[in-house]
Design a protein around this ligand. Structure first.
Ligand code: ZN
Length: 345
């Protein structure tokens, strides 16, 4: 039985349109008054955007309803779907805790409130009926001030039970003007022994070689094999894994055709760079991880052996998977004696 690891999923983008619609219908009708029926809303919510910036705008819609009170509601549905429909054994969920705190509070009070958010996400993610190993990645944000981002690193250090790593998100074109800050924040994270990933080389605006060495995994990174294949040798040497999220690039206008990803996979396999296939914003995309896998096979971007290599890589590069093996090997041990018995009958 194949069980999967998902390394790159945003809490904001993980709410499937139907769940969000039901929530609005019950609690915030004004937010959907401009849509006559559900299909119009789904069309609006999931349609491709022209740029990464436009695409990220949608996150604010969901962030506005993900509060201390509602997070358990959304996370319950997220884990239920992930367990039932996606066969996930492991899930790293990422988000910017600051953006789930009440907007009317001042910065200091919002920073203080972040602890509560991490706690609620952690507790809500533990559901005995849907047993998935989960952990959180806290995202620093390219539009938030240094003090807030530093507090996010501190928060990760103080909540190791629930948090496995930090990330930077919010639009990669904005990193350039504060590059010194990002480097010092990543250095700070390493000094606290916190694991690291970061949205980098996602679009052509986000190519910053100077930041690369600070990341243990690379959020997207597809522009490395596409535009700067000469960097792959170093990426392989550092043991960095690319978190490739196929549907995203079509939704953000980064790629025009999914088949453009063939070059990404081919060059990475050739250079010995691991890839974990991920969904990024499964809800926004109306997508589930097994369909991402299937799509890549259907379009001949990868073959079955390569798919399995990527699935293995996901567990190997998982920041908080507590076992040395994939769940398949663990399950085989459990299931095989039965299979032997059946053969003997
Ligand atoms: Zn992402």
């Amino acid at each position: 039985m194949a069980l999967y690891a998902e390394l790159h999923r945003h809490l904001g983008g993980s709410v499937v349109p139907r769940v969000l619609w039901r929530y609005f219908e019950r609690h915030a009708k004004d937010l959907i008054s401009r849509f006559a029926e559900y299909p119009e809303f789904e069309e609006f919510y999931t349609r491709p955007r022209n740029t990464l910036d436009e695409y990220l705008e949608l996150h604010t819609l969901v962030e506005s309803v993900q509060t201390v009170e509602t997070l358990p509601y959304f996370i319950y549905r997220l884990l239920r779907g992930a367990y039932i429909f996606e066969n996930l054994a492991y899930l790293e969920l990422r988000y910017t805790p600051y953006l789930r705190t009440p907007e009317h509070l001042d910065q200091g009070a919002r920073i203080d409130k972040m602890t509560e958010i991490v706690d609620i996400v952690g507790k809500s993610s533990h559901l005995p009926e849907y047993p998935i190993v989960t952990s959180q990645i806290l995202c620093m944000h390219s539009r938030l001030p240094y003090e807030v981002n530093k507090a996010i690193v501190d928060l990760a250090a103080q909540n190791r039970e629930y948090v496995c790593a930090i990330d930077v998100a919010g639009g990669d074109r904005y990193y350039a003007e504060r590059m010194e800050e990002w480097i010092s924040l990543y250095n700070y994270a390493h000094s606290l022994d916190i694991k690291t990933t970061g949205h980098l080389y996602e679009t052509t605006d986000g190519c910053y070689p100077v930041l690369l060495p600070y990341l243990m995994r690379i959020g997207h990174g597809i522009q490395i094999p596409l535009l700067y294949p000469e960097l792959l040798k170093d990426v392989a040497q550092r043991g960095q894994c690319l978190e490739v999220c196929p549907t995203t690039y079509l939704k953000t206008g980064t790629l025009q055709d999914i088949r453009q990803l063939k070059l990404v996979f081919d060059r990475c396999f050739e250079a010995g760079v691991d890839i974990a296939i991920c969904t990024d914003n499964a809800g926004l995309h109306n997508m589930r991880l097994p369909f991402e896998y299937e799509n890549l096979l259907t379009y001949d971007i990868i073959n079955f052996a390569q798919l399995q290599a990527c699935q293995d890589a996901a567990f190997r590069h998982a920041f908080a998977w507590p076992y040395t093996q994939r769940p398949a090997s663990l399950l085989n041990g459990l299931l095989k004696p039965e299979a032997d018995k059946m053969l003997a009958m």
